[in-house]
Design a protein. Structure first.
Length: 238
């Protein structure tokens, strides 16, 4: 009996032209972080969880705009702490506003800092990083809040997909009574806390009130599909 011929397997289908391309992948103390390119845009993935991309930065810019607008008009040179460098939209927005004094950015992932300083994300943030008001603090946000004695006029926090959807379990402390007490302590009297979220969180609004914040509210950015992105706002009493 002659051997049965076997047709060669077809080659795998090529990836779509607009599919994601991994540009860098790092393992750090908080897990894996990946930078991907998708066409002309970039994406950041942490431990398999999509964090953000460069396709639409409206809500990241709103985080800064809403905090600045909520500060008293006569407060000159207010200092802002941005929690999370991300793709750089919030930093770039703050650096583009002359009213801000010091602009401190806390980022715990060394890879993300590298991507902005010497990697692909430099095309977004190079000008803002060169601004003399800007300082990058390579540390964990909660650790910084616990150890610093400095106070800020605004805390603009975007380290998770929201209070109800954290990137790592430890981040949940930030939105607890303990974490909100730390935030309040690090604000100047009348200072503003702004927290980005991928969806509204009535429970978090109540937690802000329970923590003694006033003027608790939200601003929304409508998205193409699903619930709107949200910036939660609250004020420390004067």
């Amino acid at each position: 009996m002659s051997a049965m011929s076997t047709a060669p397997s077809p080659p795998p289908a090529p990836a779509p032209a607009d599919g994601p391309v991994t540009l860098d992948r790092r393992d750090g103390p908080f897990g894996e972080v990946v930078l991907r390119g998708r066409g002309e845009h970039f994406e950041i993935i942490a431990n398999g969880c999509f964090l953000m991309d460069t396709s639409d930065g409206r809500s990241e810019r709103l985080l800064i705009d809403a905090a600045l607008a909520a500060l008293p008009a006569d407060r000159t040179g207010p200092g802002v702490l941005i929690g999370g460098l991300g793709v750089g939209f919030s930093l770039v927005r703050a650096a583009g506003q002359e009213r801000w004094g010091r602009i401190a950015v806390v980022e715990r992932e060394e890879a993300i800092v590298d991507w902005h300083r010497t990697g692909p994300l430099a095309r977004i943030s190079a000008g803002a990083l060169a601004d003399p008001r800007t300082e990058i603090l390579h540390t964990d946000l909660l650790a910084h809040l616990r150890t610093t004695t400095e106070r800020y006029d605004a805390l603009c926090l975007d380290i998770d997909n929201g209070p109800d959807w954290t990137v790592t379990e430890d981040n949940g402390t930030l939105y607890s009574a303990t974490g909100l007490a730390l935030c309040k302590e690090r604000l100047t009297p009348g200072g503003v806390l702004a927290v980005w979220s991928a969806q509204p969180s009535p429970d978090f609004e109540q937690a802000l009130r329970n923590a003694g914040f006033s003027e608790v509210g939200t601003e929304e950015v409508q998205v193409a599909r699903g619930v709107p992105d949200v910036v939660h706002l609250a004020r420390r009493a004067v």
